[in-house]
Design a protein around this ligand. Structure first.
Ligand code: C2E
Ligand code: CA
Ligand code: CA
Ligand code: CA
Length: 281
């Protein structure tokens, strides 16, 4: 509906008009995709730098488009956010990831401690029944909530703090872990962050990238790891692509790392193979 409004407003600008039409097409396409469940969850390993082994996986959604093939989130999440379709997509991802976690938890070759991290859109927090939905998924799948991590962004915390605090508190009571995603890219103050029950800070890949480019001072990553430490949270570095970055993060006592160096996101069927063949990093 927003896309249509924009089209009407800029009706004399042919480029804006084209863009709006395209947005509308994606929106319609996305509606159909939600109805037909054209999504698939990929999994990317998160490595413990203490043990050098895979500690868990982050669930990352992809759209299996009947004509265009696999579409990455950057192309449809923004439209999904704008149209509100993200709530059904995201709930589906949470449900699939929990079903998968349940299967993995029963597999003899998979450690009981394996975690699954699921991204939660800020839009989910304005749904009054979010907690009921999460409880239903926990009940249906019978996963151990301690193995479930939910990744939220600073936007979630900045918006509507009382309602959000209540939900985060309830998640904590269920022993679900909470991760601040893309740490360092938002605008929340540290004292504000500190007042939320977070278990980990995920250092955004842009900072990890700059660490590599700027060998001398390593940029902001050491400070971010210290912040996590001093707030009693774990640090997870994302976007780790080189062995140099890995060595630097290890020397800084960063606890977890994720990135193409270890593996790109993979399909569920490849997870077992990766777990049994992955080197000790
Ligand atoms: P994110 O949560 O920050 O996820 C990390 C993104 O970085 C993923 O992109 C991942 O494939 C990519 N990545 C991993 N390792 C590396 C690396 O070494 N180098 C580089 N350059 N990139 C790396 P992806 O899968 O395309 O997802 C993009 C974003 O879409 C995610 O960013 C997240 O914000 C959103 N997203 C994905 N799945 C979901 C979902 O189920 N729900 C919601 N609400 N958002 C999702
Ligand atoms: Ca994430
Ligand atoms: Ca990120
Ligand atoms: Ca993100």
């Amino acid at each position: 509906a927003k896309a249509l409004g924009r089209a009407r407003y800029h009706v004399f600008d042919p480029i804006m008009y084209q863009e709006a039409i395209q947005l509308l097409e994606i929106e319609n396409d996305l509606r159909r995709a939600v109805a037909r469940q054209e999504f698939i969850v990929y999994y990317q390993p998160i490595v413990s730098l203490l043990t050098g082994k895979i500690a868990g996986f982050e669930a990352l959604v992809r759209w299996q488009h009947p004509i265009r093939g696999l579409i990455l989130p950057a192309e449809f999440i923004p439209v999904a956010e704008e149209t509100g379709l993200i709530t059904s997509i995201n709930t589906w991802v949470l449900q699939s990831a929990c079903q998968q976690l349940r299967l993995w938890q029963h597999h003899p070759a998979i450690p009981d401690s394996l975690t699954i991290s699921v991204n939660l859109s800020a839009r989910l927090f304005s749904q009054p029944n979010l907690m009921a939905q999460i409880d239903e998924i926990l009940y249906e799948t019978q996963v151990n909530p301690e193995n479930l991590e939910l990744e939220i962004t600073e936007t979630v915390i900045m918006e509507n703090s009382h309602a959000v605090k209540t939900i985060l508190q309830q998640l904590k009571e269920r022993r679900i872990k909470l991760v601040m995603d893309d740490f360092g890219t938002g605008y929340s103050s540290l004292s504000y962050l500190h007042s939320f029950p977070l278990n980990a800070l995920k250092i955004d890949k842009s900072f990890v990238k700059r660490m590599q480019e700027n060998q001398e001072d390593m940029g902001l990553v050491p400070a971010m790891i210290n912040i996590a430490d001093s707030m009693g949270m774990r640090a997870i570095a994302e976007g780790v692509e080189t062995t140099e970055q890995l060595a630097q993060l290890r020397s800084l006592n960063c606890e977890f790392a994720q990135g193409f160096l270890f593996s790109k996101p993979i399909e569920q069927q490849s997870v077992l193979n990766l777990l049994t063949t992955a080197p000790q990093w």
